[in-house]
Design a protein around this ligand. Structure first.
Ligand code: FE
Ligand code: FE
Ligand code: ZN
Length: 277
């Protein structure tokens, strides 16, 4: 199996997350680059970042995922909201230069009535301003549940964004199992079929990370409510199949299930055991 971990609080800094990861049996993790509801990032501590960069360079940790705050909206109709998204992403990416090997993941946004086409164009425009040639961090579009006017609920919409980004060599996709299930993709009945469709529409080489979550809702509900592993509509066996799948074997997989650390430790142990069985 690939690297397995969970979402961690970044309140104590990078080195603290490395310690926590080791304590719960994780060999990757995800964190918010700043308060998930937006706001200012903490002052950069290069020595602290060097600890995490060192763990990745030594291979003790797989690629970690830096998640953008989920309130930014790069395809808002309001130019000030778009500019806030642009500035936030640009600042995050400049800070991430201290963490070679890390991935940057964001929610494409909500078009709020403008229509998906207009939303797609605005997201790509934002990315074309954000991606600087001298920077390195891969930028991932997260697959979304398609709640409300969310862009990214279909593989086609993600492909349309990628097609418009000039530096698309920096771009990838993070597949969230709860989101694709809620968006209608049948990962329970036909994981191979969904991955074939992903490959045909986007290309599997673009897939850089997995968010491993069960879902509180039936397939196609377009809700986005995460559930603990095995406690929802996707179920343990389908999630184990994701962890074991040869096409996904090399990817960092991160739990975003409703858990505290002991729950995460138990889910990581369970998935490792089931993946070997
Ligand atoms: Fe997310
Ligand atoms: Fe996610
Ligand atoms: Zn979600």
């Amino acid at each position: 199996m690939g690297y397995l971990g969970c979402h961690l609080s970044s309140a104590g800094g990078y080195a603290a997350m490395c310690k926590t990861a080791a304590a719960i049996g994780a060999d990757t993790f995800q964190f918010f680059t700043r308060n998930p509801r937006g706001g200012k990032a903490k002052a950069l501590d290069p020595a602290d970042a060097a600890v995490l960069a060192g763990e990745m360079a030594a291979g003790r940790l797989g690629p970690v995922i830096a998640h953008a705050p989920y309130t930014i909206n790069p395809c808002s109709q309001d130019p000030r909201v778009r500019e806030f998204a642009l500035n936030t992403m640009a600042d995050d990416l400049s800070r991430l230069e201290l963490l070679p090997g890390a991935l940057y993941n964001f929610h494409p946004g909500s078009h709020v009535g403008q229509g998906e086409e207009a939303g797609i164009a605005l997201i790509a425009e934002t990315l074309n301003q954000v991606l600087r040639p001298e920077e390195h961090t891969p930028v991932l579009l997260e697959t979304m549940a398609g709640k409300g006017s969310e862009v990214g609920g279909t593989f086609e919409s993600l492909r349309a964004i990628l097609d418009r980004v000039e530096r698309s060599d920096r771009m990838g996709v993070c597949l969230d199992t709860c989101h694709v299930h809620d968006a209608g993709y049948d990962i329970v009945g036909s994981l191979d079929g969904v991955l074939e469709e992903f490959d045909r529409v986007i290309g599997l080489s673009r897939l850089k990370a997995i968010h491993l979550n069960d879902s509180k809702n039936p397939r196609g509900a377009r809700k986005d409510r995460h559930e603990v592993i095995g406690g929802g509509e996707i179920g343990l066996q389908a999630l184990v199949a994701v962890v074991r799948h040869p096409a996904l074997y090399h990817l960092p997989m991160v739990l975003e299930t409703p858990n505290e650390l002991p729950g995460y430790a138990a889910e990581i142990a369970l998935l490792r055991k089931e993946a070997k069985a």
